[in-house]
Design a protein around this ligand. Structure first.
Ligand code: HAM
Length: 420
């Protein structure tokens, strides 16, 4: 029979025990990032993977690539257009409005799969994972510092090298409009030199031209006006103060050409890139979006957020080191096995920090010990017929050849296990 394959651009993640495997790194990254989120007193939210397609159209804007060509949307059995979420922010704000929580501040985190119908390549998938943070209900200032502190903590936790956080400010309503007008005026004479995508951006969302991948457009933009000349002094000061505060922890650069691919951003924006990632070099991005909540039918809720691309981030980390002690529980009995299951159960109960690996087959002692070594076990606990009848067990150190194995009573075994 023909085999059924996974869909293009969608990965199966499986912990096969190889610490160099991307899946293993992804699981490790998720766990440690979660701890940092809790460390910042953020609360978890889980929203559905499927949403009304209009949510993303309204939130991310109809000039964004996400809505134009990347959205996974289809009609359900009721002919309603629904979409797999391409990002988390819109869903979080929808949920907060729906729960009538949009009058008060919130500090939120989430983690989960997102879907974008992109051309798959290294670091770009059709299903990928994001870890996101949204800080809702606070005006510009402290949340910007909190957000960059969080980004620095995450980069620092994994000791990532070759990273840079780029920051910019898109201005307030007036300065943003003045800059857009100046940009359009500058680009009008070059209209015929722009490709169709940039022409459309010129018409609908001129700021996004700064993000153009077209080299010719980028060469035209070299002489274009800079947003720096339109920003309020407070906005420039914010960028400079953030750079000053955190540059001894992480490399931070003010990049006045940084614009983000989603339409909801309204002020401070940022992205973290790594020179070790290749073409898809941005592993994290975010910014302020003060108008999104009201645009989705809620109250005015000044907000800022960010999301980490977990696959890209995980590909930057070195081999994962296992911190928990691993014990291999080796039984070599034939008919008395059930008793040993009880001992294994008891051991697991008294110390959940230790990993107890049981062998669920009747391989020989030699084969099981070989497996224990392969699985990186620190000790083997061996129970054979003799040990069972005398209520004892053998503790065999596997990583320290100078240490001898010893036979202990079950009570001593429990104490040893508890103290590891
Ligand atoms: P974004 O820049 O579209 O922002 O995505 C954030 C991160 O997700 C990117 O930096 C990248 O690492 C990762 N990413 C995006 N697309 C893919 C893909 N196809 N394959 C693998 N990784 C990908 C947002 O999504 C905003 N919601 C962030 C935000 C939260 N802004 C405010 N709050």
């Amino acid at each position: 029979m023909d085999k059924i394959h996974s869909l293009t651009g969608m990965l199966d993640l499986y912990d096969d025990g190889d610490s160099n495997n991307l899946s293993v790194k992804i699981f490790e990254v998720e766990e440690r990032i979660k701890k940092i989120f809790i460390n910042y007193k953020l609360s978890e939210i889980r929203t559905p993977a499927l949403e009304d397609t209009n949510l993303f159209k309204r939130a991310t804007g109809d000039t964004s690539d996400i809505v134009n060509k990347e959205i996974y949307s289809f009609n359900d059995r009721n002919e309603k257009s629904i979409a797999l979420r391409p990002e988390g922010t819109a869903s979080v704000i929808r949920a907060i409005i729906e729960k009538k929580l949009d009058q008060s501040p919130h500090k939120i985190w989430y983690m989960g799969p997102m879907w974008r119908y992109e051309r798959p390549q290294k670091g770009r998938y059709r299903q990928f994972y994001q870890a996101g943070v949204e800080i809702l209900g606070y005006e510009e200032g402290p949340p910007e510092f909190e957000m960059i502190s969080l980004v620095c903590s995450i980069i620092d936790e994994f000791m990532l090298e070759g990273c840079c956080i780029k920051i910019n400010h898109l201005g307030n309503k007036i300065s943003k409009q003045a800059f857009c007008d100046a940009l359009v005026k500058f680009l009008e004479p070059f209209k015929d030199d722009l490709d169709s995508k940039d022409c459309e951006r010129l018409l609908k969302n001129p700021l996004r031209i700064l993000d153009s991948k077209n080299e010719h457009t980028q060469s035209i933009l070299e002489k274009a006006p800079s947003i720096k000349d339109f920003l309020e002094p407070e906005s420039i000061e914010l960028l400079e103060r953030i750079k000053e505060q955190f540059s001894d922890i992480c490399s931070i650069e003010i990049d006045y050409s940084l614009v983000r691919g989603l339409d909801y951003y309204s002020g401070f924006v940022f992205e973290a890139i790594s020179s070790n990632l290749g073409a898809q070099d941005s592993f994290l991005g975010g910014g302020r979006y003060d108008n999104l909540c009201s645009k989705l039918g809620g109250k005015d809720l000044p907000s800022i957020g960010m999301a980490i691309g977990i696959e890209r981030f995980a590909s930057l980390i070195e081999e994962v080191t296992v911190k928990n002690k691993i014990i291999s529980f080796v039984t070599v009995t034939s008919n008395l096995e059930p008793k040993t299951y009880k001992i294994a159960h008891q051991l697991r109960t008294i110390n959940r920090d230790v990993v107890l690996d049981t062998h669920l087959d009747s391989a020989s002692l030699k084969a099981k010990l070989r497996r224990a070594n392969k699985n990186n076990a620190d000790y083997a606990i061996i129970i054979g017929e003799e040990e069972l009848s005398s209520n004892t067990a053998i503790i065999k150190p596997l990583k320290d050849e100078l240490k001898d194995q010893q036979t202990v009573s079950i009570d001593e075994l429990l104490s040893f296990y508890k103290a590891i």
